[in-house]
Write a protein that binds this ligand. Structure first.
Ligand SMILES: C=C(O[C@@H]1C=C(C(=O)O)C=C[C@H]1O)C(=O)O
Length: 257
């Protein structure tokens, strides 16, 4: 119980923001890894998969479903920070339970916007940062896609924790807007434009630093980045931050249930 209390004591807006900052590294590295491969469109085509017993629409979907099935048995989705892309009919965890600190309202578990994240990733983001072409690495490409999707999903759904900590810091500000189901009012209360601008500039810089060619001369800056920093900045401004805030609003609307 003591360590649980210690964990709770660390649950502050600063600790939540530190986690988001660390997750930026993960997201940028995942994008860099995915960009090693060209688009490899057969991985996304229904015509390419005719796997016995699988009725889904692509090799990527096949690999994601199989991966989630395996990870569900290993307990991954017992963690309130994790969300499956295909949560229906997942097998139960086969490992001993871990006592995750229950900081969220129970209604949190009903929020899963992975469908939106999936569509955004394939339809909007992917074409912006991978080269056209086909090199046959379909399974590796699909594995890289899952890594990106899981990192983005974890970051965006972390909005639940952000919202909880903001609510606890100012319940009297949030309660009237929650009772009135005032989405715009909640959005205004939880938005910090200065923080968002810092996030945008930082992820752009991380893409520049992590994606540079490393050599033993001093001309690192000349090389081209593995992932265009402006694409990472755009990813955050157009999708990651708005979707995180959508999760925040959805969570707050249920916070007094
Ligand atoms: C996550 C937060 O809430 C909002 C969402 C942000 C984001 O997704 O990065 C940044 C600032 C806020 O507008 C926060 O305040 O840190």
């Amino acid at each position: 119980a003591e360590s649980l209390d210690m964990k709770k004591a660390e649950f502050t807006l600063d600790s939540v923001r530190d986690s988001l900052i660390r997750q930026e590294d993960t997201i940028v590295f995942c994008l860099i890894e995915r960009s090693k491969y060209p688009l490899n469109s057969p991985a996304y085509n229904q015509s390419y998969v005719s796997i016995p017993g699988f009725s889904g629409s692509s090799l990527v979907e096949y690999i994601v479903k199989q991966t989630e099935t395996l990870q569900a048995t290993a307990g991954r989705y017992e963690n309130p920070e994790e969300h499956a892309f295909f949560p229906d009919n997942l097998p139960r965890s086969l490992v001993p339970p871990y006592n995750y600190s229950q900081v969220l309202h129970p209604a949190a578990s009903s929020i899963n916007i992975n469908k939106m994240i999936w569509d955004m990733y394939y339809n909007q983001l992917l074409p912006l940062f991978v080269a056209e072409g086909d090199d046959g690495n379909y399974a590796s490409t699909a594995s890289s896609d899952i890594d990106c999707l899981q990192a983005l999903s974890r970051r965006i759904h972390y909005g639940k924790f952000v919202a909880e900590v903001k609510f606890r810091d100012a319940p009297h500000d949030y309660e009237p807007a929650i009772r009135a189901k005032d989405r715009d009012g909640l959005m205004k209360l939880l938005t910090f434009e200065k923080v968002e601008e810092m996030v945008r500039r930082r992820v752009e810089k991380k893409a520049m630093v992590f994606g540079q060619e490393v050599n033993l001369h001093n001309d690192n800056s000349k090389g081209k980045c593995k992932v265009d920093p402006s694409v990472v900045s755009r990813l955050y401004v157009e999708w990651v931050m708005p979707l995180t805030k959508l999760v925040e609003v959805e969570y707050l609307l249920r916070r007094l249930d």
